[in-house]
Design a protein around this ligand. Sequence first.
Ligand code: ADP
Ligand code: MG
Length: 551
Amino acid sequence: MVTFKDLPLSKELLDILEKQGFTIPTEIQAKAIPLLLSTKKIDFHGQAQTGTGKTLAFGIPLCEKIDRNKKNTQALIIAPTRELAVQIYESLEKIASHLGISMAVIYGGVSIDDQMRNLKRGAQIVVGTPGRINDHMRRKTLDLGKIETLILDEADIMLDMGFKEEIDEIMKHLPQDRQIWLFSATVKPGIAQIMKRHMKDTVSVRVSPSAVAASQTKQYYCIVPSRARVHAITRFIQSVGDFYGFIFCQTKILASEVADELTKSGYNVAALHGDLSQQQRNRVIRKFRKGETTILVATDVAARGIDIPDITHVINYSMPEDLESYVHRVGRTGRAGKEGIAITFINRAEQRIVKQVEKRFGAIIEPIDVPSAEDVIKKHLQEIPAYFEKDEKISEKVALEKLIERLSVEKLKQVTVRLLYDRFLSKLDLEEIPYTHVEEPDHEQFQEIFINRGSEDGITSEDIRTFVLQVSTVKPDQIQKIRVIKKRSFVRLSSDCSPDLVSALRGKKLHGQPVIVNVTCMVSDRSKEWRTREHDQRRGGGRRQRRRPPK
Ligand code: ADP
Ligand code: MG
């Protein structure tokens, strides 16, 4: 096995790596590092999936190449999002600072003045997002005239996010005599174009696309109708002791609603999406990183590339439309050889897509059922024997012992059961959602909305009916069915109801509290399948596009 010691690295750097616990390079590191150090300048393309250690693959050779006697900016690293820029900065800074190499990070959404000061102080390596780098170029606070190395990290995502012009502009300001190291998970046409226009004699290195398959992540798919998905999430959370994970949603609205619902069920949840300010996003990520929040409901773009060790689970609320995203999402867990679990919710008809993903990425994705109430109970009962073993010093022990001395065995049994129930089971949501395995209806046309109030909130179906009729334009005969369960209610409406219905109801007060409303499904005779509203809103004929075979 290759270790970092086998690579042509300085003693100084080897010591730093060892201190930080890095001993064995990942595949991309073992391939890229010797190459990037072998010549003075080399244009390079590294193709590797998320979580394969790309940051150090370029960071280590870059640190070796910086001329510490020259104080000017010698390297520029461009990353698609602020979070990624900060992450790269933080992991390289840990190495660079020990070598006396100065660094700065620049990204939008925060005051530009502090960044200007940092740049002025001198930064040999600058990390930034395309927009903000352009800003600083225009203000002449960032001089690219002496850049020796340009690194484009997650270049395909940058193109997806529409940063082509900004990148071209940056290229124009670089000296002729520079090297470009480009990293991407895929080779889309845009990537080939950058390579053709700006790079020469590029050496490409690719680590096996089956990196996902080889990673320690067990992948599952789970057939769940849209309306039962939040409930299914809670089941998966409850069926493991220490859930620490990402839940991925297609849209910002969905992400914040799923987060709201989980919060309402008592979980420690936050949402991460593009509508948050930079400060909010930083706070959310920081708390999640520290484990203060254990569940992060996120959209793809907001969470791309974010590296958080020890993530136990990734749940995909639905199969991502862009199959590449599947790899990025699943790559959030099973990082650096640790075991992880990825579960993707689909509807019955999407099993075909699962097959495509398996083939395309060489992965094995197995079916899994939503854990039943019994599964959850069983899991939690397992904790009880350890509880029995505990013998803690309790100051009121004597008083308590006196109290129970007089109890009969029968009574003791009764009390113990109740205490164990309170301690281990009472907080679980064991309500069976009756429709989890309901077959999809055939030719019926209807839509159904969901309201986050139920019988536990003192709501009756009559309350729901009155509420819907009062605050929207729905007519009494358009309400086909109302069901109220403990924490939720469902209203089935005929399909001719206005599509603006949901926004009309959203945030309106029911018994004095604003409600969360969402469309759980729309069924048309054309598709005969559950369709979530989110897809329809995003792209006119959503389904057909989504089904297009992968590029
Ligand atoms: P990528 O950019 O390919 O998505 P990162 O560079 O973010 O991957 O690395 C993913 C995780 O793996 C990080 O937590 C990083 O610290 C860890 N890591 C990287 N290289 C190694 C290594 N050689 N040994 C152990 N862990 C590593
Ligand atoms: Mg990365």
